[in-house]
Design a protein. Structure first.
Length: 159
């Protein structure tokens, strides 16, 4: 979360609650489009963390700072501790290979903007990095988060 997300944090109570709301909306939209069952969703990652606290990393407390930089683009490498955190997370889920990770939520020019990275933990490398923007200028509202979740879901399956 960036510093300009204050009203969302006040509405939801914590930055973690904002993240969980967004994750829930994205999971719902992907399920509605028929692809959610092929993905390991954040709620399942959180349950795996709770079962393996001594081994796993909290999916809502990853070392994502390097991903927030505008210099972090597809092909960029990321280091420790994120590299180990993601390798462990993927190892707990058979068949998992890539991680879609929201890295930063900001408000620019009246729009909600989410920076997202598709990461390959085997090589500690970004396969894709992009900014997903809301269509409307309804800044810092639940509906703006739902709209951004929809735009992200559109990249994987048509509505």
């Amino acid at each position: 979360m960036s510093s300009d997300t204050g009203s969302l944090v006040r509405e939801f109570g914590t930055a973690s609650a904002v993240s969980r709301f967004f994750d829930g909306e994205l999971a719902r939209l992907l399920r509605e489009r028929g692809i959610g069952t092929n993905w390991i969703m954040p709620a399942e990652l959180a349950r795996a963390y709770e079962r393996n606290r001594m081994y796993a990393s909290d999916p809502y407390n990853l070392a994502i700072e390097p991903l927030r930089s505008l210099k972090f683009v597809a092909g960029s490498k990321y280091g420790e501790p994120l590299s180990s955190q993601l390798r462990t997370m993927v190892a707990l889920h058979e068949g998992a290979r890539l991680v879609l990770l929201p890295a930063a939520l900001q408000f620019q020019g009246g729009r909600t903007v989410l920076r997202v990275a598709l990461l390959d933990p085997r090589y500690a490398e970004a396969r894709w990095v992009g900014d997903i923007k809301s269509d409307s200028t309804q800044v810092q509202t639940r509906s703006s988060l739902t709209q951004v979740a929809g735009r992200l879901a559109d990249l994987f399956a048509a509505p």
